[in-house]
Design a binder for this molecule. Structure first.
Ligand code: UD1
Length: 417
């Protein structure tokens, strides 16, 4: 257990480069299993979730090593199709391995996945899609037993544009016989990143970024060197850090096209944002304006992974803000922790009403999940006095030493183990 101690009251200033995206590197690591040729992934973030994914790959028989901020993977010697309990529980993204394991070995024995406690997070869409690809699935005693001998391309209609299900099905379909179409696919930038990686590896995938993805099954793998896209959620979190402290920062290595809804909401809150080809400058207001309505939605809507950070910003806004969380059903755990710092909010089902107060006060709070934990650190940056964020390991799942990033921008945050 470690905790982050935040000394409030510093306006952030300076510039920083944004690391590669967690949600891009995890499925791409999973997809590496489909290849027998060497793979090098550049600009990977050093995160707990990434290290857990490497443990899974090694367990399955792959070699997977860091070389500074690159990952060098070789799955030629992979020889297991089993996902044991202890690994599945560490990382919800273990479910991404189901498609590649089936693609590679045509069979799989998996435990149900774990991960962030932000709702039930069922996997019915993944399993439904795999059944459409002619995989026989038996679920018993917390295990999923899959027979993919007859893995065959098909048309799949997703009831909901699930990010993980779209990615999993893409990875199974590239190894299936014949053509597949995924309708109502998720459109997140990370899905396009996965498509680009798969195509470099020799696959034929098109349409990612739109809601219809076409896949020609069967491919001859080739060696790949690939650079992971920048993390739009880390970018958004740092933008909120500038916004909440009235700071003035520049962020490098960003993709403006991935940030539309975040830039739009932060402008509404009174931030001045200049967006360039691959960088941006954000200047926070003296005090943020209220946000009349923030609704989380699948991309290109406002990302659920930015909801908690924007919630923190609204706690000090000049007015009352409304946030509706449409994607996950249990994602307001930060509200009661922020209340310990003086924030005023009311929750009803999926809606939060937040009445901004002029100041927060430092307190002892606890991170309950990854993004909620980051929101508490943001609140600490603008609070009077010292904030201690317990259970910081949640934050480490998605931010590479958040304290170092913030300190390089003039914050005062240190870690106690
Ligand atoms: C991914 C991201 C996560 C982000 C989320 C939504 C990764 C590693 N994680 O998670 O950071 O918050 O997208 O943008 O990329 N659902 C079902 N059945 C399923 C699958 C999902 O009902 O089979 C529901 C979920 O419970 C949730 C909603 O669909 O309510 C969205 O989930 P999904 O898009 O699948 O998110 P993840 O892929 O888990």
């Amino acid at each position: 257990m470690s905790r982050l101690v935040v000394q409030g009251g510093k306006k952030l200033k300076g510039s920083i480069e944004v690391p590669g995206a967690k949600n891009a590197v995890l499925p791409i690591l999973a997809a590496s299993l489909l290849s027998t040729k060497p793979i090098r992934l550049e600009h990977c973030p050093h995160l707990l979730d990434v290290d857990n994914m490497l443990l899974i790959l090694r367990y399955l028989g792959c070699s997977a090593e860091w070389d500074q901020d690159s990952l060098v993977i070789n799955a030629a010697s992979a020889d297991k199709c089993v996902m044991p309990d202890h690994l599945a529980k560490e990382l919800r993204s273990s479910i991404f391995m189901l498609g590649p394991v089936l693609g590679r070995f045509k069979k799989a024995l998996f435990s149900y996945p774990g991960g962030c406690e932000i709702g039930h997070r069922p996997i019915d869409l993944h399993l439904h899609g795999l059944s459409a690809l002619n995989v026989r699935i038996v679920e018993e005693h917390g295990h999923i037993i899959c027979d993919g001998k007859e893995l065959t391309g098909a048309s799949i209609h997703l009831d909901y544009p699930s990010v993980g299900a779209t990615e999993n099905l893409m990875m199974a379909a590239v190894a299936a016989k014949g053509q597949s179409m995924i309708f109502n696919a998720a459109r997140e930038p990370e899905i396009e990143d996965l498509q680009n990686f798969l195509n470099l590896m020799g696959c034929q995938v098109s349409g990612a970024g739109t809601s219809t993805i076409a896949i020609n099954g069967g491919f001859e793998p080739c060696p790949v060197t690939y650079r992971i896209i920048p993390d739009r959620i880390v970018t958004g979190t740092l933008m909120c850090a500038a916004a909440i402290t009235g700071g003035d920062i520049q962020l490098y290595n960003i993709r403006p096209a991935h940030l539309g809804s975040i830039v739009s909401k932060l402008r509404e809150a009174g931030c001045a944002i200049d967006v360039y080809a691959d960088s941006l400058r954000i200047r926070g207001p003296h005090r943020p304006r209220e946000l009349k309505l923030v609704e989380t939605l699948p991309h290109p809507g406002f990302p659920t992974d930015m909801q908690a950070q924007v919630f923190a910003l609204c706690t000090i806004a000049d007015g009352t803000s409304i946030i509706v969380e449409n994607v996950f059903e249990n994602r307001f755990k930060h509200a009661s922790e922020l209340a310990r710092m003086g924030a005023v909010s009311m929750l009803k089902d999926r809606t939060a009403i937040i009445r901004g107060v002029p100041r927060l006060t430092g307190a002892q709070v606890t991170a309950r999940d990854l993004r909620g934990g980051a929101a508490l650190v943001l609140a600490g940056l603008c609070a009077d006095g010292t904030t201690v964020v317990n259970s910081a390991e949640h934050i480490d799942r998605g931010y590479e030493r958040l304290e170092n990033m913030l300190n390089s921008l003039g914050a005062e945050v240190y870690r106690e183990n």
